[in-house]
Design a protein around this ligand. Structure first.
Ligand code: PLP
Length: 370
C-alpha cells in the first residue's frame, strides 16, 4: 500500500539530535551555578583538539566570531586583502570585514562548488592578497593539494572555514589541520551542535594565545592588556553539549554518507538532476546534500506537496547582496551565478529513517519536468 504523502509528517531539511547525556550535562552546569566559560568549555576544547590532532582549540560564541578571531590572531587587519569564495554563508566574508580587511572573491568549481584554485591564484596575483579563507562547502573538502600549492608559492596565510566540515578528510587528513588556523561552527544545522558556538583551532602556540585573549579579555594577567579583546566566549551551558555531540560525530557522519549514497543511487538516471560529487581524495560529510536541477522552482513546489523539506543554499552570491554592492563589489562570477540558479539541498541528516530517505528519493523521482 502506498503511503499517503499529504498526511505523512513533513521531512525537515535539518534535525539536531540531542541525547540524554547532553541533557544531564546541561543540568549539571545549571546545578553548579557556574554558567560562564569554565570546566565544560575546557573539557570540550581538549576533546575537540584531541579529535582533530591539533595542539590548541579555543571555544567561541559562534563560527562567525571564531572566523574574526582567527583572522585577528593571525595579524590580518586594515589594509590586508583576503581571498575567499562568493558562494558560501555570509559569515565567511563578513568576518573579513569585521577584522578590518577587504574580501576578494574568486569563482568556484562547477562540480565541487568549492573555491577554484586557478581563480584563487589569479585573484592573489591581481590584488596582492595576504591570506585566503577556504570553505569546505556542504561537507566536501576543497582541493587542498592545488590550493596548498598556491599558498606556498605566494606565501599566503591559510584559514580553513570548517563550519560545514566536522570530520571531513582530504587524502586521509582531517580538514581543520591543513592551514595556519581553522574555524568550526556548532549551529543546529551543522554536523554537531551546541545551540550556538564555534571553535578556533591551530598548531601555533602564539596564534592560540592571541585567540584566547581576543575571545576572553579575562585571560589577560592582572588587567594588563596586550590585544584589544572582545567577549566571544562560549558558555558552559553550551559547552556541556559539545563532548557528547563530538563522541557521536563519526557515527552521525557515517549515517549522512549512507543517506547520501542512497539518494545518489536513486538519482543516477535523472538527466535533469546532477547529484553532488565526492572526488577520490575526499571524505565528504554531507552537512548538506546539494543537487543541481532545472527547473528548480517546479521541483520545489512538487517537494512541498510531497511533504519533503528542501532549501536553496545559496540563492545569491555574497558580493551581489545589497550590503556588498554598497561597499563597491561589482564583479561577476559566472560559475557561482549558475550555481545560485540551480542548486537545491535535500534532507540527508542522521535523524532520517531508511523510509524517510526512500520518501525523499521517491518524491524527487516522481517529479516530471515540463
Ligand atoms: C554556519 C557557517 C558559518 C558561521 O557559523 P555560525 O556559528 O552560524 O556563526 C561560517 N561559515 C560557513 C560556511 C557556515 O556554514
Amino acid at each position: 500500500m502506498r503511503l499517503n504523502m499529504r498526511t505523512a509528517a513533513k521531512i525537515p531539511i535539518a534535525h539536531p539530535i540531542i541525547g540524554e547525556e547532553e541533557r544531564q550535562r546541561v543540568l549539571e552546569v545549571l546545578a553548579s551555578g557556574t554558567l560562564v566559560a569554565d570546566r565544560m568549555v575546557r573539557e570540550f576544547e581538549e576533546a575537540f583538539a584531541a579529535y582533530l590532532g591539533v595542539a590548541h582549540a579555543v571555544a567561541t560564541s559562534s563560527g562567525t566570531t571564531g572566523l574574526q578571531v582567527a583572522l585577528e590572531a593571525l595579524g590580518i587587519g586594515a589594509g590586508d586583502r583576503v581571498v575567499t569564495t562568493p558562494f558560501t554563508f555570509a559569515a565567511t566574508s563578513h568576518a573579513i570585514l569585521h577584522a578590518g580587511a577587504r574580501p576578494v572573491f574568486a569563482d568556484v568549481d562547477p562540480s565541487t562548488y568549492n573555491l577554484d584554485p586557478h581563480a584563487l591564484e589569479e585573484a592573489v596575483r591581481r590584488t596582492g592578497a595576504r591570506a585566503v579563507i577556504v570553505v569546505h562547502l556542504f561537507g566536501l573538502p576543497s582541493d587542498m593539494a592545488a590550493i596548498g600549492e598556491v599558498v606556498r608559492q605566494h606565501n599566503l596565510l591559510l584559514i580553513e572555514d570548517c563550519a560545514q566540515a566536522h570530520g571531513a578528510e582530504f587524502r586521509g587528513r582531517k580538514v581543520g589541520t591543513l592551514g595556519h588556523a581553522a574555524v568550526f561552527s556548532f549551529y543546529p544545522t551543522k554536523n554537531m551542535t551546541t545551540g550556538e558556538g564555534g571553535m578556533v583551532v591551530t598548531d601555533d602556540a602564539a596564534v592560540a594565545r592571541r585567540a584566547r585573549l581576543l575571545v576572553d579579555p579575562r585571560a589577560a594577567e592582572e588587567y594588563v592588556y596586550d590585544v584589544i579583546g572582545h567577549n566571544f566566549r562560549m558558555t558552559d551551558v553550551a559547552a556541556a553539549m559539545g563532548v557528547p555531540q563530538l563522541r557521536r560525530l563519526d557515527a552521525h557522519n557515517a549515517a549522512r554518507r549512507r543517506n547520501a549514497r542512497r539518494l545518489t543511487g536513486a538519482f543516477r538516471d535523472l538527466e535533469w538532476l546532477t547529484p553532488p560529487v565526492e572526488p577520490g581524495d575526499a571524505y565528504h560529510v554531507y552537512t548538506q546534500y546539494t543537487v543541481r536541477v532545472r527547473p528548480r522552482e517546479g521541483l520545489m513546489a512538487h517537494l512541498s506537496r510531497e511533504g519533503v523539506g528542501c532549501k536553496i543554499y545559496y540563492p545569491l552570491l555574497i558580493p551581489q547582496t545589497p550590503a556588498y554592492r554598497r561597499l563597491g563589489f561589482d564583479a561577476t562570477y559566472p560559475v557561482g551565478e549558475t550555481l545560485t540558479r540551480e542548486v537545491l539541498s535535500l534532507p540527508v541528516h542522521p535523524a532520517l529513517s531508511a523510509d524517510d530517505v526512500a520518501r525523499v528519493a521517491d518524491a524527487v523521482r516522481s517529479f516530471r519536468p515540463a
